[in-house]
Design a protein around this ligand. Structure first.
Ligand code: PLP
Length: 389
């Protein structure tokens, strides 16, 4: 029998996709599914962005672009980076990639191998650990605790650094918790990194424009002391409601950029040309739709927290970023994945069990509030009725 190399047996999954498939299958049977599972904005990509791609196709932009993206698109990313972080980054260090995940794949496979350690947030985006295990590197979870407002503790993260640490993965604002790590905590870790010069940092900043209550996301770019070993993951998926376009960007240190370019040449050649025109329009065009989307997310955030806290034996911290709430269900008597599965099968509400994001996710479920206020109300009502039975 043919089979892939054994590393594939260590590769994990993103259960949100399995939940989405099950939710869609139930919906196809006529069930009134409310999906609080999937992590994608329920808004359409703004018209002017879509029009830029359509125009690019009509104008004949059908060919390959440079593997790392067109200069115009990389320059747009550099402009946006300057606006959001105040840091000037050369387009020569920017790579346009087919979705945020690709940067994760590239960074982890470039640096992971047996004998080294890679730190990653737990609970956190499941693909970090999946890819770390794939490479044979040792996964070292950095706890993200509710009592710290779902931020990682700089001291705790620093205590996990060793001479074997090859890569440290950070994510703020965070999936699945909505936590935003304060600058002082990040600064503590950055200071500790001075003693570990071989450790690279990958900062996943894909939710950088999604914060609430005046909270600011801190970019790792604003720590010049690690500029020569920092990879920034970002992209269009969340900010401009473009998950299906598969458009991301990454910023690389000079020492790693050529490896990234080679990976692009070997693997995807380039991101499709019309999408790169859309990417420029997203960055340079009006941001009114982004503001409208964030206003809606903010309203729903308050609603979901309010309704979740009214449920029996559930408490829900107010998320500071992204579009997820991570209610604590440990007092309900349910295991989180079992509860999520029952909620889908019996109440037609899709959620994700916390353990799908790591061991420390037990006791929580993730609710994505990328759904209408009306649906959020209905979903939380159904969950309440289920828990009361
Ligand atoms: N990083 C985090 C923290 C995410 O939550 C996601 C998507 O959910 C990604 C990266 C991947 O984004 P993309 O859909 O652009 O690959």
């Amino acid at each position: 029998m043919v089979q892939p190399i054994s590393a594939f047996s260590r590769m994990g999954e993103e259960n949100a996709f399995a939940v989405l498939a099950r939710a869609n299958a139930l919906a196809a049977q006529g069930r009134d599914i409310i999906n609080l599972g999937i992590g994608q904005p329920d808004f359409s990509t703004p018209d002017h962005i879509a029009e830029a791609a359509i125009k690019a196709i009509r104008d004949g932009h059908h060919g390959y672009t440079p593997a790392t993206g067109t200069l115009e698109c990389r320059e747009a990313v550099a402009r946006r980076t300057l606006t959001t972080t105040g840091i000037e980054v050369s387009p020569e260090r920017i790579c346009i990639v087919p979705g945020g995940k690709v940067t994760m794949y590239a960074a982890i496979t470039m640096l992971g191998e047996p004998g080294v350690e890679i730190m990653y947030p737990d609970p956190g985006f499941p693909i970090y650990r999946s890819m770390i295990e794939f490479t044979g590197a040792a996964p070292i979870p950095v706890p993200v605790r509710e009592e710290n407002g779902f931020a990682f503790s700089g001291e705790e993260a620093a205590s996990l650094l060793t001479d074997k640490t090859r890569l440290v993965i950070l994510n703020s604002p965070a999936n699945p918790t909505g936590g935003v790590t304060p600058r002082e905590e990040i600064a503590k870790l950055v200071t500790a990194l001075e003693r570990f010069p071989k450790a690279t940092v990958m900062s996943d900043e894909i939710y950088d424009s999604m914060t609430y209550d005046g909270e600011a996301a801190t970019s790792l770019l604003t720590f010049p002391e690690i500029a020569d070993r920092l990879i920034v993951l970002n992209g269009w998926s969340k900010t401009w409601a473009m998950t299906g376009w598969r458009m991301g960007w990454s910023i690389w240190p000079d020492a790693l950029f050529d490896a990234m370019r080679k990976l692009a040449v070997n693997c995807w050649s380039c991101v499709n040309a019309p999408s790169q025109f859309a990417g420029i329009a997203a960055i340079d065009g009006p941001q009114d739709d982004v503001v409208k989307m964030m206003t809606a997310f903010d309203e729903r955030r308050k609603l979901v927290v309010d309704r979740a806290n009214a449920l029996p034996n559930i408490t829900c911290a107010t998320p500071k970023g992204a579009f997820y709430a991570f209610p604590n269900i440990s007092e309900t008597g349910w295991k989180a994945k079992e509860l999520a599965s029952k909620l889908l099968e019996e109440t037609s509400v899709a959620t994700i069990g916390g353990p799908d994001f790591g061991i420390l996710g037990e006791g929580y479920i993730r609710l994505s509030y990328a759904n209408s206020s009306q649906n959020i109300e209905r979903a939380l009502e159904r969950i309440g009725t289920f828990l009361a039975d």
